[in-house]
Design a protein around this ligand. Structure first.
Ligand code: PBG
Length: 323
């Protein structure tokens, strides 16, 4: 009790504050999301995400080199195809957009880890993350067959890690089997195990042109009100063979990150999503928030909640701030 205890003693200068600091951020654990678009010479700003761009495969090399020189070890690729159809066939073509981009990135920067998002929403003409049955419901079991083809085509193109984000049941298991049967048993799966039906994905859907043309994603993504369900989702994915599990979004779900971190010993990833990025950017451009300080505070919170690695559109800024 005061006056014996004076917590301010350990806050009196930067040296002692650093010495007692409990949470550290390092670029080694940051992943940068990258949008690749079919075409040539594309370097197109994304209106809802100032500072983020869509790149065609031929235009990737400068940004990829910049990511490497910032000390960021990995990118997460999202593809934007020219043509979409009801069965998302563009997602597993040998010369599909992600498949092409992997090759270009590997040429430009062989040391950069390429993680590939596996989902159908960018490739279906209706924008849902799976294919539809005759009643326009997303058909789980037909979708996971296609997802396993997508994952295998990414593996064959040189992906270093497969990241299924669709939230279908059983997809981790079927993807693991497909990879193992084709000699990719070494390839890890980063599962979007706990992915909420969040309104914070808005800017991403504009960036990727992947908003559903009718309805919403609530029949496959999770209800924001639930946390016990998060434990079940994570458990099923781990049992099916997920190597790393993810919680997404991050900042509005810090309690979920903490719960999963306490219950599981698999490495835990958190995704600071497009809406979290856009909020900070918008407030900073209005002069209402200090951008760098808010970036670091939000990333520190996500780490403190229990995330090992963080997917963030701020990865390069964070690396710069830390250096
Ligand atoms: C694909 C996918 C989405 C995001 C990552 N993978 C969009 C969605 O589920 O609608 C969102 C990422 C972000 O908002 O930054 N299913």
């Amino acid at each position: 009790m005061f006056p014996e205890h004076r917590p301010r003693r350990l806050r009196s200068n930067d040296t002692i504050r650093k010495m007692v600091r409990e949470t550290h951020i390092h670029p080694d654990q940051l992943i940068f999301p990258l949008f690749v678009k079919e075409g040539k010479g594309i370097h197109e700003p994304i209106a809802s995400m100032p500072g983020q761009y869509r790149y065609s495969p031929d235009a990737l090399s400068p940004v990829v080199n910049d990511i490497v020189s910032a000390g960021i070890p990995a990118v997460l690729l999202f593809g934007i195809p020219l043509k979409k159809d009801s069965l998302a066939t563009g997602a597993h073509k040998r010369d599909g957009i992600v498949q092409q981009a992997i090759g270009k990135i590997k040429n430009a920067a062989p040391e950069l880890m390429v993680i590939t998002d596996v989902c159908l929403c960018e490739y279906t003409d209706h924008g849902h993350c799976g294919i539809l049955d005759e009643k326009n419901r997303v058909s789980n079991d037909d979708t996971i067959e296609i997802l396993s083809k997508v994952a295998l085509s990414h593996a064959k193109a040189g992906s270093d890690m497969i990241a299924p984000s669709d939230m279908m049941d059983g997809r981790v298991g079927i993807i693991r089997d497909a990879l193992d049967e084709s000699g990719f048993e070494h390839l890890p799966i980063l599962s979007y195990a706990v992915k909420y039906a969040s309104s914070f994905y808005g800017p991403f859907r504009e960036a990727a042109g992947s908003a559903p043309s009718f309805g919403d994603r609530k029949s496959y993504q999770m209800d924001p009100a639930n946390v016990r369900e998060a434990l079940r989702e994570a458990r099923f994915d781990v049992e099916e063979g997920a190597d790393i599990i993810m919680v997404k979004p991050a900042l509005p779900y810090l309690d979920v990150i903490r719960t999963i971190a306490d219950e599981f010993d698999e490495p835990l990833c958190a995704y600071q999503v497009s809406g979290e990025y856009a909020m900070i950017k918008a407030a900073a451009s209005g002069g209402w928030l200090a951008e760098e300080a808010c970036i670091m505070e939000s990333i520190t919170s996500i780490k403190r909640a229990g995330a090992d690695m963080i997917i963030t559109y701020f990865a390069r800024e964070i690396a710069r701030i830390l250096s």
